[in-house]
Design a protein around this ligand. Sequence first.
Ligand code: DGY
Length: 329
Amino acid sequence: MSETRLRVAVTRRIFPELIDALRARYDVRDNQDDLPLSADELARRLGDADGALVTGGDRIDAPLLAACPRLKVVSNIAVGFNNIDLTACTEHGVAATNTPDVLNEATADHAWALLLAAARRLGEAERWLRAGRWKRWEFEALMGVELFGKTLGIVGLGRIGRAIARRAAGFSMRVLYHNRTRLAPELEGGAEYRTLDALLAEADHVIVVVPYSAATHHLIGARELALMKPTAVLVNIARGGVVDDAALIAALRAGRLFAAGLDVFENEPALDPGFLALENAVLSPHIASSTRETRAAMAQLAIRNLEDVLAGRRPPALLNPEVWERRRA
Ligand code: DGY
């Protein structure tokens, strides 16, 4: 029986109960060790699979796809898909899918957690307290910068950016945004459009939430950081590489920027050790969408995407619709 069942590869450890449910319908090979897979190991595991549940750390490119002749769907359990070469997927007739929307609120919460923590020096204050340095109350202890009534700049007013902007109302903040193209007024939700340079100069604090691509590589570099206010906090929950980490470290070290809150890094998890020595950087290990509810919703959507393709149905979050048109033709 099992030879006739479709084969599904799962590249990392994902809620075992959801994967076990898949076993009733497919021949599932998962990765209980949960170690990141090398390109060779990925090719070995996906080589005879009909479908794959993958994560943002799995590079899905032309050489891999050439080694996976049966593959019909790569279902990314992430909204970001810079790990997937969509052109190569389309050329190989492989549907690529992602998990939009279900993580908007959790990711927006985390952006705010980083902004608040960096503005109020929470990481530094906790390290100071735990080190036994709190000997007496001081009027000017660990002074932060304010958010209430200030101007928030959002670089990337998409689905997550809009969830971040909605929260700004609770802080009576004015919201500026920059996108490559100005949005229709009904999508702006009251946010004011600016060029990137104007936003960086005018905003009191800036949150970056654009997808990573060649066009957004080092979108925020030394020149852009120099435009920001010295009292500003920069938050990056987008992808490593959108901000030039070396330039950011130099700016934070020199006090040209008040603080940064960062969930993503170039070359993560091997982030630049310069960050570790900075008191004014609040760092989290790429967990912006990591709440139980949201990760479960992401896994469920990814499974739905995978199963729909394997059953010949168009999946809800298809990234390369050309594949579908071609199949139908
Ligand atoms: C996403 O969904 O893109 C998150 O960054 C997790 O990889």
